[in-house]
Design a protein around this ligand. Structure first.
Ligand SMILES: Nc1ncnc2c1ncn2[C@@H]1O[C@H](COP(=O)(O)OP(=O)(O)OP(=O)(O)O)[C@@H](O)[C@H]1O
Ligand SMILES: [Mg+2]
Length: 409
């Protein structure tokens, strides 16, 4: 039997869990997928550990029924503001000079790059090499086997607030599972909807979720920056509910079935049936009014996302913007985001996979879970797991990947 790895994207509105295994040619293959409504998460962050544990348990049970295996250990994808990414450098001499570089040299140089101070209350969770240099020669992607006297690395160090890691660990334990690693969904969503070529050229990926927007910026093939905005597509629903005086469910229905991010999408004579609170029967309203409410918030979201990209300081390296996440299903969202990104080519993307679970996974809201599967699969295929202690706990291992890619679109 093939070995399966389990990954769970703990989102604000839903948790998505996937089983991933190697196919015949060694690429990641999704062998089961399930989603459940999420509880205990707000704005992409765990706010109630007990409820998050219930969500994790429900997702695991649902997947177990599909794949017939116990989900014992899992990797968790998390959003939120508590992740950060900084760039560090490391170098080691190769001795004797001129011999071929080995995987041990790579581990050593990565560990050297990790000797940067981490603020109190924070921890390193990933060390992702972006570029190696051999004897000063830049842009070396796979240094193993090349010969030289000095090996250098440029590494993206991903850190998280310790208390948030502890909450995630506790929720997983309460659900009766073991936590293998935590991956920011900013990275995961990026891997879910971009190709090697996109990340090589420079791309910002915005995952427009229910409670947050997470942004991963990839340049020269590697992770360059992360950013989060603690507001997402749920705010559109909340605005509709407040302004049209409806329940949240009715506002969600209006948004997803009749909404558009541009008021001009609505013709003058178009109307929608709106069931307001304290009313027994729906009444007719101009669809344009609904779309005006949506446009106002959609523009705000797009502006916040654009500001967040600028705030990373690497916007000048971004050649294209990709929007994904469930919120990107809103009609016209691409136009509104394109205007906010003023001239940078922008596309709205849906992750695509074939196979039995293609219809479950090939949705914008699944970008992070698919990318998470790719990331974790690539991490397990790589031996680059520098140990920082010997107690064996998941936090004692900082994950590294020679390249962040784990699969292709
Ligand atoms: N057809 C649609 N039109 C507009 N919006 C939609 C549509 N389908 C889903 N959405 C919105 O997408 C959002 C859910 O997206 P997603 O599943 O990516 O969020 P999440 O991962 O649970 O949240 P987060 O990433 O913020 O933690 C909801 O706000 C929902 O209203
Ligand atoms: Mg999400």
């Amino acid at each position: 039997m093939n070995e399966q790895t389990f990954v769970l994207d703990l989102g604000t509105s839903k948790a998505a869990i996937l089983a991933v295994e190697a196919d015949v040619v060694g690429h990641p293959h999704i062998s089961a997928a399930a989603t459940v409504p999420s509880k205990g998460v707000r704005r992409g962050q765990i706010v109630d550990v007990d409820l998050a544990a219930v969500t994790i348990d429900e997702a695991c049970r649902k997947l177990q029924q599909l794949c017939g295996r116990e989900v014992g250990t899992l990797a968790l994808g998390l959003g939120g503001l508590h992740f950060d990414c900084t760039t560090a450098q490391g170098f080691v001499p190769v001795f004797p000079a001129g011999r071929a570089i080995t995987p041990e040299d790579i581990l050593q140089v990565l560990n050297h790059s990790r000797q940067v101070p981490v603020s109190p209350g924070r921890e390193q969770i990933h060390a992702l090499p972006r570029e190696f240099r051999v004897d000063g020669k830049r842009g070396v992607r796979e240094p193993v086997g090349t010969s030289g006297a000095k090996l250098e690395v440029l590494t993206s160090i991903v850190t998280s607030r310790s208390s948030d890691l502890a909450d995630a660990e506790r929720a997983t334990e309460l659900a009766g599972r073991r936590l293998d690693q935590i991956v920011p969904v900013h990275i995961a969503a990026g891997l879910g909807v971009t190709t090697d070529a996109d990340r090589e050229a420079g791309v910002a990926v915005i995952d427009l979720g229910a409670g947050s927007m997470t942004i991963g910026i990839f340049t020269s093939g590697g992770l360059a920056a992360l950013a989060s905005v603690p507001i997402g597509a749920q705010s559109v629903t909340n605005d509709i509910a407040a302004l049209l005086k409806t329940s949240t469910d009715e506002a969600e229905r209006l948004k997803t079935h009749h909404g558009a991010a541009l008021a001009d999408d609505a013709g003058d004579n178009e109307s929608v049936q709106v069931l307001q609170e304290d009313h027994d029967r729906p009444r007719d309203m101009k669809r344009r009014v609904l779309c005006e409410i949506i446009e106002c918030r959609a523009r705000e979201l797009a502006r916040l996302a654009a500001d967040a990209v600028v705030g990373t300081g690497v916007a000048h390296e971004v050649r294209a913007v990709v929007v994904t996440g469930g919120g990107s299903l809103l009609k016209g969202s691409g136009n509104v985001f394109a205007e906010a990104f003023d001239g940078v080519p922008l596309s709205v993307r849906t992750p695509q996979i074939g196979g039995a679970y293609g219809p479950v996974v090939s949705k914008p809201g699944m970008a992070a879970s698919l990318g998470l599967a790719r990331f974790v699969f690539a991490a397990s295929a790589s031996d680059l797991v520098p140990a920082t202690g010997d107690s064996g706990g998941w936090k004692q291992r900082v994950r590294s990947l020679l390249s962040v890619i784990g699969g292709r679109n």
